[in-house]
Every structure is written in C-alpha cells, then in structure tokens.
Design a protein around this ligand. Structure first.
Ligand code: TRP
Length: 479
C-alpha cells in the first residue's frame, strides 16, 4: 500500500474545511433564515447549537477521518473492523456518499443562478430597474431549462476540474488562492454596505433579541442550519480529515472552523441587511432574499452593478470551495476501492450528479407547479431531494457522534484531540448525550411537516435502525 496522502501544510485542513463550510449556507441560507425568523433570537440559538452540537460533531467527524486516513466508506470499514464493532456502522460512509450526490446535484444548480446574476450585474441590465422587473427576471431564469442547464454544467465542470487535478495541485492550490480572494471581496461588499446602506438598522436587527420572537420552528431551523453550514454528517469533513497532519490540534482547529464560519455568516448578514434596509426593503423574503431583494437594492444604489457583480462572484467562489468537498469523498473512494485514476473517478461522480441535477432544473419549468410530473409524493422533485438531505445530514451526524463517542477508546481520542482530560470529558459528554438528543429532536421534527403518515413511518424505521445498530455494536464489544 502506498503511504497515506497528507496535506502539504499543517494549516491546509483548516483552510479546506473553512472552504467547505463557507458557501451558499452562509451567504444565501443564513441571511434569509435569520430574516424569516426575526433576527437576533435566531442567531443566539444558532450560535449555541454551533458551540454545543456543531463543534463536538465536527471534532468527531475529523477524528474518524484522521484515525482511518481513508475515504469515508473505506475508512468506516477499517474502523469497524479495527474496533470490533458491528458492520452496520459502515452506513455512515455509504449514507455520506449518497447525500453528497444529492446535495451536489442541486447545489450546483443554485450556484448556477449566481453565475447568471454575475452576468446581469456586470452587463448593467438591471440598473434602475424596478422591483417588479427584477422579480420577473428571476422568474424568467427559472423558466428556462436551457439557461439553468448551461450554468449547472459550467459549475459542476469547474468543481470537477479542481478535484480532478488532485488534492495538492487542484484542491490545495485552488483554495490557497481562492480563500483570501473571497475574504477580500467580502470586506469590499461589507464596506460598501456600511457606506451605502443602513448599517445601524442591520446591526440592531441582527444583534438585539427578544427570545419571544422565536418560534419552535425557528429553533429547529437554527439547529438544522448549524449542521448545514458546518458541512457535517456527510463525510466531506471526514475525507479532508484523512489528509490532516497528525500534529495539528483537532480541538483548536474545529473551534477555529466554527468561529470563522460563523463570523463570515454574520459579516455577510451585516452587508446584505445594510443594503436591504438602506433601500427600504423587507428582511423576511425567504430564499428570494439574495436573488430578488438584494438585486433590487443594487439596482438603485450608486455603482450597485459593480459591487453586485463582485458580490455574486463571491457567491460562486464560496460555492465552488464547498462543492469540491462534495466531490472529493466519492472520488477518493472510487480511486481507493477500484483503482481508478483520479480524473476518471471524478468524471464518473460529476456525470452522475449532473444527471441527477436535471431533476432540480426541470422542477422549476417543465415539471413546475401544475404539471403532472410536478407531483412526487405531493412535492416537486427538487423539494424531495432537499428533504432527503434534511434527513441524511442529521442522521449522519447522529451516527458519527455515537460512533466516535462510544466506539473509540479514550486513549485514542485523547491522543488525537491533544487536550487535557477535562476537555475530553466535556467533549465525550456532548457527543454521547447532548448532540444525539439535539439531533434526534430536529430530525423527528422534520417528519410531521410532510404530508400524511408515510414519512413519519419511514423516519421511525430509520431511527429504530440506528438504535439497533447501536445495540449490535455494544453486544459485539462485550463478546
Ligand atoms: N456548508 C456548505 C454551505 O454552507 C453546504 C454543505 C452542507 C456542504 N453539507 C456539505 C458542503 C457537505 C460540502 C460538503 O454552503
């Protein structure tokens, strides 16, 4: 066997994990969820979940990667064998790969919208346009399968190209150039937001809170978002962790990732809400916040086309540094397991995701509301895909927390975490009890939102499956 691959620099894991974490989740999803859920109170709950659930699971997932030094599927096979646990825990690897396909398939389509808006901004075609026209132009984009497909193809090819070039030449070099550039762009947009918008209104919206504003729904969304934004539960972090230097401190790195990711979401929130409030617009517009509300603000501000164009480049870049972490685990598996060359493995992965992406593309036009094919169990194909990931991500995180918390030995974890006993015990308590409870809560809560009994039934079966897996594991250990 060849010696395991390691990142060239000690700090690359941090860079790569931040690249994976910071994406559409920070720039698009976080601001609109905050907007819909009343601001500060939502952020408070979100920050709490990041600290108590997100960071411990982030440590757990990295730990599994670094302890196995393999792609998630092969890594879980190795860990279950070396720790003499039930083989069922290998589901962590398989579910992660499955989720990666689904997420990449629609992530790429949505990131494609940002390519379209970059063009619209720089061409100046939205300058001075009124709200209705801008709303319509978004509708026109969604109605055009040709346009959506073109952008989807471009985006997925770009991600594949970077991963195909290998972890050093492609991923490491790409990130080392892209991450600082993206940060600078964010600061420019933020500076512009402060000068041209209403930063006071944005700050008071984001940082004053009244817990009574927050519904139970908002609580759960905040918890779900903390998972999504840290890229947890899908093997992406595990795959990157497999290349992490043994010297880097896991605990400190995980805390830094969570801190930077949250800081970037907040800075993006300040920038976006300054512009939105400065133009007298509403915060609670849902997913259209970035693609309709924000362009309306840019359309009337001085040099808005320029800053708007730059902003959408930031969105594309942040999405690419995330999408490469979705390609990597599956590609690495195909290379390890079947001895494929990396370019071929990547081509297979992205071809399949591209095809799956057609479901999302057609959900907005051929199969949109009112057509026969629209109805897949009462929702559009895109909603179905999103729903599946909303199940797989927490479930993956839950299993990762349980496996790392119960199956790995104390010495092993202490050595990897390189912290003292108090921190270790604190971590262990969080991954053994707190995180699983929190996740199970979010998870069960997703269920009844779906029509009828089908999904609660499927959900219960999955949960029972998880517990059976846990029991089998404990039995095997004792034997
Ligand atoms: N964290 C990414 C974002 O904020 C989205 C994401 C969720 C992701 N799960 C992932 C990215 C797994 C890469 C791998 O946009």
């Amino acid at each position: 066997m060849s010696s395991p691959k390691i990142w060239t620099h000690k700090g690359t894991f941090l860079l790569a994990a931040v690249g994976s974490a910071v994406g559409l989740g920070n720039l698009w999803r976080f601001p609109y969820l905050t907007g819909e859920n009343g601001g500060g109170a939502f952020i408070l709950v979100y920050a709490l979940t990041i600290a108590l659930v997100g960071i411990p699971i982030l440590i757990a997932e990295t730990l599994l990667g670094r302890a196995s030094r393999k792609s998630p599927i092969m890594g879980m096979q190795y860990l279950t064998e070396s720790h003499n646990t039930s083989r069922n825990w290998r589901a962590i690897g398989w579910m992660g790969a499955f989720a990666a396909f689904i997420i990449l398939s629609f992530y790429s389509v949505i990131a494609g919208w940002a390519i379209h808006y970059t063009g619209l901004m720089f061409s100046g075609s939205l300058v001075g346009a009124d709200a209705a026209t801008i709303g319509e132009s978004f509708g026109d984009l969604l109605a055009s399968p040709g346009l959506l497909l073109t952008y989807h193809t471009l985006f997925i090819l770009a991600s594949g190209l970077i991963v195909g070039m290998g972890i050093h030449k492609g991923i490491e070099n790409g990130l080392r150039f892209m991450m600082p550039a993206l940060f600078v762009i964010l600061l420019i947009v933020l500076g512009y937001g402060v000068v041209a918008g209403d930063v006071g209104a944005a700050m008071s919206f984001l940082f004053t809170f009244n817990l009574a504003d927050l519904s139970l729904e908002g609580w759960l969304q905040a918890m779900g978002q903390s998972f999504f934004t840290l890229s947890l539960g899908m093997g992406a972090i595990m795959a990157y962790g497999a290349y992490m230097s043994s010297e880097a401190s896991l605990t400190r790195t995980a805390i830094s990732i969570a801190f930077v990711d949250t800081a970037i979401a907040l800075l993006a929130g300040i920038a976006i809400f300054s512009l939105v409030f400065g133009s007298g617009l509403e915060a609670g517009q849902g997913p259209g916040l970035m693609f309709v509300t924000l362009p309306i603000a840019f359309a009337e501000l001085p040099a808005g086309w320029l800053i708007g164009g730059v902003f959408f480049i930031l969105v594309i870049g942040a999405a690419i540094t995330s999408s490469i972490s979705l390609v990597e685990p599956v590609a690495a598996y195909l290379v390890e397991r079947f001895g494929l060359s990396r370019p071929i493995a990547v081509t297979l992965m992205i071809t399949f995701c591209w095809l799956l992406g057609l479901l999302t593309v057609f959900s907005f036009n051929y199969w949109s509301e009112g057509t026969i094919t629209h109805d897949w169990f009462g929702r559009s194909p895109f909603d179905v895909l999103e729903f599946i990931t909303n199940i797989l991500m927490p479930l993956g995180g839950l299993l990762i927390a349980l496996f790392a918390g119960w199956a790995l030995s104390r010495e092993e974890v202490l050595r990897e975490m390189s912290t003292n006993d108090t921190w270790f015990q604190c971590w262990q308590f969080l991954v053994r009890f707190v995180a699983p409870t929190a996740v199970a809560f979010v998870f069960l809560r997703t269920m009844p939102q779906i029509d009828g009994y089908l999904i609660p039934a499927v959900g219960s079966v999955l949960l029972i499956g998880a517990f059976t897996a846990g029991r089998t594991f404990i039995q095997q250990r004792q034997s």
